[in-house]
Design a protein around this ligand. Structure first.
Ligand code: PMP
Length: 390
């Protein structure tokens, strides 16, 4: 971050603005863009949920709640996690989105100099929040080992990276930006490695960002809650219910860490928004969201079936992202990322370059959280680009 007047703290100077924000700025200047850069569902929040929020505000549920969130909502969260993951975490906390949960978990677990393992590519926020704690960031590569392969975790390599000084490993399945869902073997492998790691830092903790768990299209979703002994699970409502602006999420885990997160929430976010807690409490048991998942699976299938083979895309198993590779030019070399992005923008197509999520710049993120017409235009534009560069 630029600071010519020397005003800013050292802590914040290590933080760069998000590469995605530039795309937002660009979009504002474009007419009728084909926007496949969005990290939120394209559908509206269910009407029942919005009505419940409206009613809650009219009934005067506008004050603070207790820091940890409404007891009935916490009970619902724990019962739901137990049903889905087969294990009941000791306790839970309603957070201001998964972002709020990440901030609290990192602040409560990481000392300066502690190592944290992050996925590469991975969600932009992790690195910066870890840097704020003074942690030493290391990456585990989740790129396919061969062209057209799946994104996933090489457990042998992961075991080497997870050292006696590794305090946290961050797992994000389904993944932003790849859409990959880790297999049961990968999840259990990671848990086993973490369970024996971190001897010099009191044990390795898994922070499991499960915000896209609902958007799993192949088989059953496996949570780390079932196998990691030291696990902070972060779950969210932003994506599933189409309410990213509500800032609602939750954390579960052992009371020793969750109590600290709760205390820090008291002195930072205070609580998650009261009327939205009430609205979710009333509505979650009544709404069937499976049609949304079916719709997104259809969009995923459409992309996988129609994207030009030059992108080497294997159907992603979850979330609403695909992470195709940059196509190769006639000479066999991958096209330069900046050149590709520029050509995409000339076609009014907004996608996010891989370097926003990674040390590498060999892929790009397509979000298929868009209406069918936009998606079709986007795939046409991408296919034209593939032919143009071939
Ligand atoms: N984790 C991942 C992987 C995400 O993609 C996002 C949102 N883009 C978040 C966390 C934050 O979500 P929220 O704070 O809205 O719950």
């Amino acid at each position: 971050m630029l600071d010519p007047a020397g005003i800013l703290s050292e802590r914040v100077k290590g933080i760069e603005p998000s590469g995605i924000r530039r795309i937002f700025e660009l979009m504002a200047t474009m007419q009728d863009p084909i926007n496949l850069s969005i990290g939120q569902p394209h559908y509206e929040a269910p009407a029942e949920l919005v009505e419940a929020a409206h009613r809650a505000m009219q009934r005067g549920i506008n004050r603070y709640t207790v820091t940890q969130g409404l007891p009935e909502l916490n009970a619902l969260i724990l019962a739901d996690v137990e049903k889905r993951c087969g294990v009941r975490p000791q306790t839970s906390l309603v957070t201001a989105g998964v972002s709020g949960g990440l901030m609290l978990a990192f602040q409560c677990l990481l000392n300066p100099g502690d190592e944290i393992l992050l996925p590469d590519p991975g969600f932009v926020m992790y690195r910066h929040l870890a840097t704020l704690c003074g942690a030493k960031v290391r990456y585990y590569d989740i790129y396919p080992t061969q062209e057209g392969g799946r994104f996933g975790v090489d457990l042998e390599r992961f075991a080497e990276l997870c050292t006696a000084r590794t305090k946290v490993v961050l797992v994000n399945s389904p993944s932003n930006p790849t859409g990959a869902v880790l297999t049961r073997e990968e999840i259990e492998g990671i848990a086993a490695i973490a369970n024996r790691g971190g001897a010099e830092v009191g044990g390795t903790w898994v922070v499991s960002d499960e915000i896209y768990d609902f958007f799993t299209y192949e088989g059953e979703y496996t949570s780390l809650v079932g196998s990691a002994e030291r696990c902070i699970q972060l779950g969210g409502y932003s994506k599933t219910y189409g309410i990213p602006g509500w800032r609602m999420g939750y954390a579960t885990g052992p009371s020793n860490v969750l109590e600290a997160m709760k205390t820090l929430q008291q002195f930072s976010f205070v609580c998650a928004p009261a009327p939205f807690q009430q609205a979710l409490l009333e509505t979650i048991p009544k709404i069937d969201l499976s049609p949304y998942r079916a719709e997104y699976r259809g969009k995923r299938d459409y992309i996988a079936a129609n994207l030009h083979p030059a992108y080497g895309l294997r159907a992603p198993e979850g979330a609403f992202y695909a992470f195709p590779q940059l196509p190769r030019t006639g000479s066999g070399a991958a096209v330069d990322s900046d050149r590709f992005m520029k050509a995409a923008i000339e076609k009014k197509l907004l996608i996010v370059p891989g370097k926003a999520f990674s040390a590498r710049d060999t892929h790009f993120r397509v979000s298929y959280a868009a209406d069918d017409a936009t998606l079709a235009r986007g795939i046409d534009a991408l296919n034209e680009l593939a032919n143009q560069f071939a």
